[in-house]
Design a protein around this ligand. Structure first.
Ligand SMILES: Nc1ncnc2c1ncn2[C@@H]1O[C@H](COP(=O)(O)OP(=O)(O)O)[C@@H](O)[C@H]1O
Ligand SMILES: [Mg+2]
Length: 910
């Protein structure tokens, strides 16, 4: 009988009730071993009337087989597969090893899983129970956490169980931030009641009190310790209060119980403990190899330690770990050896390799090779975490010290790419203690810097990469150049906050990079262009950077060469005011990151694209991307990316933007991310110019422009000119204009010429000013950046009004107002409205658009649907389920007063 736990049951019931009503949710149940987590799941299953229930559990074993946990949960639902879009079907079937294919994007597997669960929940609400999630393979855990964060309207309830204090399990971290339910010990009264119901003989008071004190309300401890309730034994076994954790004591008690069984039963238990699958047939076969009869397991069953049906189930995971840990190493090897023999090499080569690895004494190159092949297979299915685990073990088994170090290095690389930076770091330490040759040592150095960047974005990274690049130069010129480029990227990122080597210093060092062996790749050209930028200045670098960008445009592959340096290429296009190229590059950046399944790169790419969209004036779309970025950052546990400051600055609500600015600058300063500080200040200069707070705008723009940052220092010059003119600082305006003109003439794109003319007009008097405004508008009309054009109309209108040409002013201001307010660029629209009023015209209250009532997310969905997308297609694009899209659509229809998708097409949604 279950004691206590009323509050917890209520929490579970609430989750179920909500899900039944189409309000999905997820819950993470945490607590120590034996505290009652699985019991709570059992209760959830028993009381989930009307729900279909699917479940899976992580199993303690030293490796995660890629997608194993996910597969187990999804297997009964796979008949729904056909309902998913083709790429999602492919992702799942490849992940589950049902068909060969390119390694799927974990993100796509996440969307597909969400789709599959949602599809199943169409018939009846679905409850997903994931026990011992800390033992899941990493990528399954990532997918589950992703799904848990994206569920909304699909009648889904998910419960994950995490055990406290399981050290070093990457999987446990990915659930951070979900709603948690902590299980603590039972109350004293409940503990007593449980104890009394568990022991049938009268209990000595001293014994009872001791058990209660030692069990600390842990139900399993109460049940297990009371088995040894005789006072004499207690004194022997549990007489040392607080020496170990409660689970430690329970485990020890299980060990003693197992030790009392016949040797053959113990061996059977050990085999069962060594096999994470729990396949009974496998157990029989393995036992047979050791000459043990199937009946030998009976005493263990009789002792209540495990149950054998089609599968083998331990009465508690602590029994399994107790048995496994108590065994001598030689016995464990024997058990794994028997399991390897019993495992079909063709059907399950990876598990066989794994058992062989555990069976090997010392080192064994054959087994190491087998594991390396398994790693290759796991990697091909997108299970980088599993691949890394195989490689890690392969390294340990490798006899030759150099080979061992290489394998450890590969394992570290794989861990790093799977997002497990801490584990990667440890493996790297193993690798560098081996006899690596110069080339591999340099690669190890580089990997160390990359891991460091992923972990902390630390400003020491540029120096580390530079050292690696130098070492690589004579050994592998191509990799050396690549590393120099990475060093430059990292130095640009650290900017003025880098307390290692600054960007100029890195650029100077990069001048010594070996020349490219063949015709230069886009990244080669980019490296040279960036070096010129920081050693000889903006203007000198323009021809080289232009050539580099042209090469990126021409090189449309999906290979590594077209991916490399893409981030810096985007930055360079930004710097050159080449909005057309920038748009193309960020779009491609997103696609490549998606195809490669590189989540952190995808976040960076989406982020970048969102800033482009903001300047284009598509704030709704940008807001959607920003939300996607947040979702990805959560699922990878990376530090958040900062670009929604651009969005907020353009929206123009002071308090919101300032609040974000403060947090961002503080965080970025702490981490040494100078570029973020520059970006934040440049955004603030836009915000304050919009709000007509020119002093503040001047201050923020100056910080940015003085930084000599790759992108923002030149991009903020027009803000500086506008702020200085309006703040009555003509000499500062003139100086900034001179700088801007020189850069713009060098770049010579329509956008550059447009902002130059606009800024020059601001500092010009008389009819010459008018010509410049018209020229600016002319140039900017040919650019993507609608916000820039709107602001040109605004400035022109303001000038006309001051010239007393009210009629002409009204026309410009009206245009500015309509453009800017239509985009949701509120501060500048407000400025235009004020000017328009001063020019004698009441700004036509923007005819309230029906679409105004929609949230950004709804607007995004409405637009996609209006363009003809099905709910399924929209769902795939926004990483949601079709049912959630339908729920949004119902809201959208309600708000717009329409009833069909067709009607949506006639609503203005821009
Ligand atoms: N509230 C409770 N009242 C009575 N027995 C419980 C309670 N919670 C757990 N148990 C029992 O304690 C044992 C351990 O619980 P379990 O749920 O397996 O722990 P966990 O999953 O947290 O390791 C099981 O035998 C279970 O039936
Ligand atoms: Mg449990």
């Amino acid at each position: 009988m279950i004691r206590g736990r009323q509050a917890e049951y209520v929490a579970v019931q609430r989750l179920l009730t909500r899900a039944r009503g189409g309000d999905s949710g997820a819950l993470v149940v945490r607590g120590e071993a034996g505290i009652g987590k699985t019991e709570l799941l059992r209760h959830a299953r028993a009381t989930a009337s009307g729900f279909r229930v699917v479940n899976t559990a992580g199993v303690e074993s030293e490796i995660g087989f890629a997608f194993a946990g996910l597969h187990q949960l999804c297997a009964p639902l796979m008949d729904r597969l056909a309902a998913l879009p083709e790429p999602q079907q492919a992702a799942l079937t490849v992940a589950f090893g049902q068909r060969p294919g390119e390694a799927p994007d974990p993100f796509l597997v996440g969307v597909a899983t969400l789709g599959l669960l949602a599809e199943a929940a169409e018939d009846e609400p679905l409850l997903c129970l994931v026990d011992d999630a800390h033992w899941l393979d990493l990528v399954s855990a990532q997918v589950f956490a992703f799904v848990a964060r994206r569920v909304q309207a699909e009648r889904l309830a998910l419960v994950f169980v995490l055990r406290d204090q399981v050290p070093a399990f990457e999987a446990a971290k990915v659930f951070a931030g979900l709603t948690e339910l902590r299980l603590d010990g039972l109350t004293d009264a409940d503990a007593r009641a449980l104890l009394d119901s568990a022991v049938h003989a009268p209990l000595d008071d001293r014994v009872r009190e001791r058990i209660l004190a030692e069990a600390r309300g842990n139900p399993l401890a109460l049940l297990e310790l009371s088995r040894h309730a005789a006072p004499a034994r207690l004194a022997g076994g549990f007489g040392m209060p607080d020496a170990r954790s409660v689970p430690g004591r329970i485990e020890e008690s299980f060990q003693r119980r197992a030790a009392g069984l016949p040797a053959s039963a113990q061996t059977m238990m050990l085999i069962a403990a060594a096999d994470p699958v729990g396949d009974a047939a496998l157990l029989w076969r393995a036992a047979e190899h050791l000459g043990i009869d199937a009946d030998a397991i009976a005493p263990a069953e009789a002792a209540g330690l495990l149950e054998v049906g089609a599968t083998v189930r331990f009465s508690h995971p602590l029994v399994r770990s107790a048995v496994y840990r108590a065994a001598e190493p030689a016995e464990r090897r024997r058990a794994h050896g028997a399991l390897a023999e019993a495992t079909d090499e063709r059907a399950d080569p990876d598990r066989r390799a794994w058992h062989r690895a555990r069976a090997a004494l010392g080192t064994d190159e054959t087994v190491a090779l087998e594991l390396e092949r398994s790693a290759g297979r796991a990697g091909a299915r997108g299970g980088l975490g599993a691949a890394a685990a195989f490689l890690e073990r392969a390294a340990a088994l490798t006899p030759d010290p150099a080979d061992r170090a290489y394998r450890a290095l590969s394992a570290a690389q794989a861990k790093h790419e799977a997002g497990a930076s801490d584990a990667a770091f440890e493996l790297l330490t193993v690798a560098v203690t081996g006899p690596l040759d110069g080339l591999h040592r340099a690669r190890a150095e580089r990997l160390r810097a990359q891991i460091e960047f992923a972990r902390t974005r630390s400003s020491d990274v540029p120096g580390m990469l530079l050292d690696a690049a130098k070492t690589l130069a004579p050994l592998d010129p191509a990799q050396s150049r690549d590393t120099y480029l990475q060093a430059l990227e990292a130095a640009i990122h650290a900017g003025p906050l880098g307390h290692g080597r600054g960007v100029v210093e890195v650029a100077e060092a990069a001048r010594d990079a070996p020349p490219p062996a063949g015709p230069p790749s886009p990244a080669d050209l980019l490296l040279d262009g960036l070096v010129t930028r920081f050693t000889r200045g903006y203007e000198a670098s323009v021809p080289g950077l232009r050539r580099a960008l042209q090469a990126y445009r021409d090189h449309l592959g999906t290979d590594d060469a077209s991916r490399r340096g893409l981030w810096a290429a985007c930055r360079a296009a930004y710097m050159l005011w080449d909005d057309e190229t920038l748009y193309g590059l960020t779009t491609r950046f997103i696609r490549l990151a998606r195809d490669a399944g590189a989540l952190s790169t995808l976040a960076t790419a989406l982020n970048f694209h969102s800033t482009v969209l903001v300047q284009i004036g598509d704030l709704a779309q940008a807001a959607g991307l920003v939300a996607d970025v947040a979702a990805i950052s959560q699922s990878t546990g990376a530090p958040p990316l900062p670009h929604d400051i651009v969005l907020r600055a353009y929206v123009g609500r002071r308090a919101e933007a300032v609040e974000l600015f403060d947090v961002m600058v503080q965080e970025a300063t702490r981490r040494g991310e100078g570029t973020v500080v520059t970006l934040a200040n440049s955004s603030m200069s836009v915000l304050y110019n919009g709000l007509s707070d020119y002093r503040a705008a001047l201050q923020a723009a100056s910080v940015t422009c003085d930084a000599d940052e790759l992108t923002h220092s030149s991009a903020a010059l027009p803000e500086l000119v506008e702020a200085a003119v309006r703040a009555g600082e003509p000499s500062r305006a003139a100086a900034a204009l001179e700088r801007l003109s020189s850069c713009a003439r060098a770049s010579c794109t329509p956008l550059a010429l447009g902002v130059e003319a606009r800024s020059r007009a601001l500092t010009t008097t008389g009819s010459a000013a008018e010509d410049l405004y018209r020229e600016a508008i002319d140039h900017l009309s040919r650019c993507r950046y609608g916000t820039f054009l709107g602001r040109a109309h605004l400035l022109y209108g303001e000038w006309l009004r001051r010239e007393g040409r009210r009629q002409d002013a009204r026309e410009q201001l009206r245009t500015a107002y309509e453009m800017l307010s239509g985009m949701g660029v509120e501060a500048f629209a407000g400025r235009a409205a004020r000017e328009l009023r001063a020019a004698g015209e009441q700004p036509r209250k923007r005819v309230a658009q029906p679409a105004d009532a929609l949230t950004p997310q709804e607007l995004r969905i409405a637009r996609l649907v209006a363009a003809g997308a099905t709910s399924r297609e929209v769902a795939a694009q926004l990483f949601l389920s079709p049912r959630t899209i339908d729920a949004h659509l119902r809201n959208i229809f309600g708000k717009l007063g329409i009833a069909s998708r067709r009607e949506l097409r006639s609503v203005r949604l821009s």
